[in-house]
Design a protein around this ligand. Sequence first.
Ligand code: KG4
Ligand code: ZN
Length: 338
Amino acid sequence: MTKQTLILAVETSCDETSVSVIADGHQILSNSVLSQIDSHKRFGGVVPEVASRHHVENITLMVEDALTTAQVTMDDIDAVAVTQGPGLIGALLVGVNAAKALAFAHNKPLIPVHHIAGHIYANQLDKGLTFPLMALIVSGGHTELVLMRNHLNFEVIGETRDDAVGEAYDKVARTIGLPYPGGPHVDKLAAEGIDSYDFPRVWLEPDSFDFSFSGLKSAVINKLHNLKQKGETPIPENVAASFQNSVVEVLVGKAIRACEQYDVKQLIVAGGVASNRGLRAELERATEAHGITLSIPEPKLCTDNAAMIGAVAYYLYQQGVTADMALNGKSNMFLETI
Ligand code: KG4
Ligand code: ZN
């Protein structure tokens, strides 16, 4: 039997400190994730400086935990991978420096990984990628439609022109008095309400695969304002259901049109909002109706984790893509040129 390729991957781009050991790009030997959500909750959002400090406190513990759980030592590891960007620069730097130190001390290759490529490759850990594919990325910082004709080949065909979908969820949640991060709370509430507020569906130009969510967010805020002025009380469940229906209709509508236009074999969904129950249900219904194969990772692989970074790194490793000790974190980074 040939020896498996083991990659130790590090992810610290936002508010999760995560380290994972991945075999051959698809088998998860460990995926240690420490979420900082409880720490940021009281501020109503992620505080970058607080995030960096927590990463510094926890990164060594997570490396030890990932190695112990995988029952391997650094001697068994073939390469060290790390999220280079995009993300919060202070947070990214903690992971990048930890990965550099590990690679240098143990004389292993260092592999830089794009965070969004990681979200896409979470599907490689689940059902696997079948090309050509369309990826719908829905996270707290990104909303994109990405065409992939092969491994590591990314063509962004549409993206948000303003807010990311997760960001819109979190802002609407705050407006109706729900705690951070609001997405899962809005999702839960939406299941108990009806679409009664008639919020706009923002399609942009007919042939565009871009998205825009700031108008919808303002429509929700204005509606709540108007009701208050008239002395009426909004029904939170119905606000959540109306907002979610508007988001889901546009996301699914554009994703299906993109799949048909580019004649892909698979639609994959990635990012934190991919755990949204309303979105998952509508995607299942629409893909079945259009004969498209759908892949959505299990919820714990939808949110930030290092296993997805290790999955991409395996293919970069095979192509000999490595970085030297000058590697730096990047808050902005293009997916198409990695
Ligand atoms: O991908 P992710 O973990 O972090 C980023 O890279 O951004 O996504 C976090 C986002 C947050 O905005 C959170 O509110 C949203 O994903 N989210 C959800 C749900 N679960 C997480 N949004 C809607 N419905 C959910 N069930
Ligand atoms: Zn993410």
